[in-house]
Ligand binder design. Sequence first.
Ligand SMILES: Nc1ncnc2c1ncn2[C@@H]1O[C@H](COP(=O)(O)OP(=O)(O)O)[C@@H](O)[C@H]1O
Ligand SMILES: [Mg+2]
Length: 320
Amino acid sequence: MTSTGTAVRPSWEQLPARLRDGLADRLGRVEGVQVQTGGFTPGLAARLQLADGDRVFVKGIDAGHPLAGRYTDEARVTRALPAAVPAPKLRWDARIAGWLVLAFDDAGGRHADLAPGSPDVAAVVETVAGLAAALTPCPVPDVPDAGIELADFVHGWRELAAGPDLPADAWVRRNLDLLADAETAWLQAADGATLLHGDINRSNLLITEAGEAGGVVLVDWGQPVRGAAWIDVADLIPHLILAGHTPAAAEDAVAGALAAALREAGAGPEMVTGYAAGFAGYWARTSRLLDPPGVPHLRGHQARAARAAAAWVAHRTGWA
Ligand SMILES: Nc1ncnc2c1ncn2[C@@H]1O[C@H](COP(=O)(O)OP(=O)(O)O)[C@@H](O)[C@H]1O
Ligand SMILES: [Mg+2]
């Protein structure tokens, strides 16, 4: 499988022996292991070939890890997804040797190619845009509201403008006050009744041979929020830019889907501009933080994403 090669994950041999034994008790003998390097989580993520010919995808993390809550959320969300949502089926989740482990059907396939000209782009847009039909009203209880959850982290320019170390980028410096003003205005259009995936990016989009909507499968439902459906659609844009689209071409690729989702929410296009500013700020702010333990590639990715999102804002605003 092609992978984005960003996560540093434990190999099979590095897992605690008790965990491997516990997995073998449930799955039977494991004959092949393909550790998956997409994403940034330092947890286990591996496709396993089992002795009986079956294949399974397992992910897991030490229950004491700060990210463990995401795995619990992912289990309860994935279990509640309607059949119309193209996501691998959760077979079971369990606590094994102090780890939280989730076992899914192995989706196979490869990461979506979001580069200009790739046929995956239209299929991915169609799939993401189609999620709301199956996920409204939100089928999972106790999912945090987007207006609260995202307000917590989707911002950054205000802090950077107040800090001692102004961003180096000349366009950002010239427009820092405008960016800081724009980055929270979209929150008034964030709430809604749809279960959002909340982490739409290439590493969570698989293209399989079969399946519906061009074989697009969406994995990693560990950061759910309840909100307006335009947010998941808009999330594609910076990732299309990161994959080589110009901001104009990235917007073109999602234009119909985004306009429909905005109409549905009664939100104007300026909400997307604010959201773009918020995500650019989030990435710019977090790219400066220290590496989390065991996650060496995250900050570099965030710096690239900040540049992509700033280009997106520049395109939408025309700010010189
Ligand atoms: N059900 C699955 N079948 C096959 N591969 C998968 C499956 N789920 C995830 N993957 C692969 O494993 C990688 C990491 O899984 P993911 O659920 O995104 O974990 P993380 O929370 O660590 O990002 C994904 O980028 C994808 O390549
Ligand atoms: Mg992931």
